[in-house]
Design a protein around this ligand. Structure first.
Ligand code: SER
Length: 548
């Protein structure tokens, strides 16, 4: 079955059985303790904890995911960084019995034979999952039949994502020798100290890799032979299969990250993007691929996914430009860096850091080429370097404000209202990508993949003006960064803020980490008018607004 059909069949199957289809959320989650969306359940986390779901109790989705945890395995038959996860979820609706029966019924419906299943066997904290045993036994699975196994915490217990959240025992389904479907029963809350407390409502969170399912359904030996990869691999010449697979996987991941507005950099998400791009470039070198070899691979990726994610097509030129620029940049220093890595008599952490700084080799990439003697000193050097550049940045970095005049301060507060209004109208995943504020106007960049419609602009403008008319007090509190990150939205990488931060709150409408300054009450602002909306790079839009 073609992957597109599998996606549709899955969503339809569960829709017919009382699930609401919910679109994939962004690859960049709002939870600041995780860099990327790694599972379908992330956008529903709060509903497992009792929050009311606007989609009802049972939902189904096909979620874009990005994980670096398996990056070293990429190149084998089934591991990937970017993949799509099919999942059905229930927040206090149905429980284990129905979840297992639905899974079996779906796999039967597309003729997939289950080799065996695994069940949580219990430990001193969480008991063996007897309900799952009973249901699977009734479906013909047992230890005697050699198609039911018990596993421990390592294998059959999942979650939480980030520092805390729902988690629980799992039952996993294997077909053609690989794990295809993970059924998680979110029965516990895991806090920051890794303590478990039972949740009041039962939860079901399942995840099945689309690529793996396609591999089995299409009777292929690896995910790379399915229609989700084979056209890409045709663009990569050479006889080292592992290298080719790594390039294909990494460029696909890079395309999707850039689509969301991530740009190559040396911190956080940008660093991960840089790492996968540069790793792909290095493997390209090993295959003797020509300059700019990444572009046709990225184009093929966009072609394969364009129908499912149409924003890829509208952003194609911007995405390709980012990839090409990074390739050109790294190309210049790649040879020299490789030579240096091989040449130095002893590769200490300090030397590795110098190579990273001079030639742009991410540490992980250096380590693939040669062992680094003491990693600690790499991190020590990095920290020292960051502190020096942060001290410099703090001088320059005044929240994008050109000066501290009365008018500029008003524009600054207006930009907070603007961001909150956009989150209310366009979705909670909107965040600030940059801003520039003068006494004449504000300019604001944010992640969004399409042009805003006139109606959306009007709604945003109206909401800001409503909040101005409500004349709300602007309150400031200082608190430790870790605490602030739990309650407030951030506009920059967490590392850019100091340990004690200021949080600015405008009623319940806006709460942001920010250095200030701001007006005392929103009523001082007058009337906001959005004067222009335009693109500002892949997946980034720019608004200009004035106060009248
Ligand atoms: N959250 C689980 C996983 O990621 C099941 O969806 O595997």
């Amino acid at each position: 079955m073609e992957s597109q059909r599998i996606r549709e069949e899955f969503l339809k199957f569960f829709e017919k059985r009382g699930h609401k289809i919910v679109p994939s959320s962004s690859l960049l989650p709002t939870d600041p303790s995780v860099l990327f969306t790694t599972a379908g359940m992330q956008q529903f986390k709060q509903y497992f904890l009792g929050g009311e779901s606007p989609h009802g109790q049972n939902v189904v989705s096909c979620q874009k995911c990005f994980r670096t945890s398996d990056i070293d395995e990429v190149g084998d038959e089934s591991h990937l960084t970017f993949f799509e996860m099919l999942g059905n979820f229930s927040f206090g609706g149905y429980g284990k019995t129905r979840a297992i029966k639905l899974a079996k019924e779906f796999l039967d419906s597309i003729n997939i034979h289950i080799d065996y299943v695994t069940i949580f066997g219990g430990d001193e904290i969480v008991p063996r999952d007897e309900e799952s045993v009973e249901v699977w036994q009734a479906l013909g699975f047992s230890q005697e039949n050699d198609n039911l196994k018990f596993c421990g915490r390592e294998d059959n217990f999942w979650g939480p994502t980030g520092e805390e959240g729902p988690c629980g025992p799992t039952t996993e389904i294997y077909a053609k020798g690989i794990e295809v479907w993970n059924l998680v029963f979110n029965e516990y809350y895991c806090d920051r100290n890794k303590r478990l407390t039972p949740l009041r409502q039962r939860g079901v969170d399942t995840g099945m890799g689309l690529e793996r399912l396609a591999m089995i359904s299409q009777k292929k030996n690896s995910v790379f032979e399915t229609n989700l990869f084979s056209p890409i691999l045709k663009e990569i010449f050479g006889n080292d299969d592992r290298a080719k697979r790594i390039i294909a996987d990494h460029i696909k991941g890079a395309v999707f990250l850039i689509l969301e507005g991530v740009l190559p950099s040396n911190v956080e998400r940008g660093y991960v993007l840089r790492r996968v791009l540069r790793r792909a470039i290095r493997f390209g070198k090993l295959l003797n691929l020509p300059q700019n070899f990444l572009t046709p691979i990225a184009q093929k990726t966009i072609e394969i996914y364009g129908d499912v994610y149409p924003e890829l097509k509208s952003q194609e030129n911007d995405i390709l430009a980012v990839i090409q620029k990074e390739e050109e940049k790294f190309e210049k220093t790649l040879e020299a860096g490789l030579k240096e890595i091989k040449k130095v008599p002893k590769l200490t952490g300090e030397i590795a850091f110098r190579i990273y700084e001079t030639y742009g080799f991410p540490l992980e990439l250096i380590e693939e080429i040669r062992k680094v003697e003491d990693r600690e000193s790499f991190f020590f050097m990095q920290k020292k370097h960051q502190e020096i550049s942060r001290a410099g940045a703090e001088k320059k970095f005044k929240g994008g404000l050109a000066d501290q005049s009365e008018k500029t301060i008003k524009y600054h507060t207006a930009s907070h209202l603007l961001l909150a209004a956009m989150r209310a109208i366009l979705g909670p995943e909107i965040y600030q990508k940059g801003s520039n504020i003068t006494a004449e106007r504000l300019r604001f960049d944010f992640n969004y993949s399409q042009k805003l419609s006139g109606e959306q602009i009007k709604k945003i403008e109206d909401l800001v003006n409503q909040k101005i008319n409500e004349d709300i007090e602007v309150e400031m509190t200082e608190m430790p960064k870790a605490e602030a990150l739990k309650i407030a939205k951030i506009s920059f990488e967490p590392a850019k803020y100091g340990d004690i931060v200021r949080v600015y709150k405008i009623g319940d409408f806006s709460i942001e980490l920010c250095g200030g300054p701001h007006v005392k009450r929103t009523g001082e602002l007058g009337h906001l008018k959005i004067t222009k909306e335009e693109s500002s790079g892949a997946g980034i839009r720019r608004l200009r607004a004035i106060l009248e």
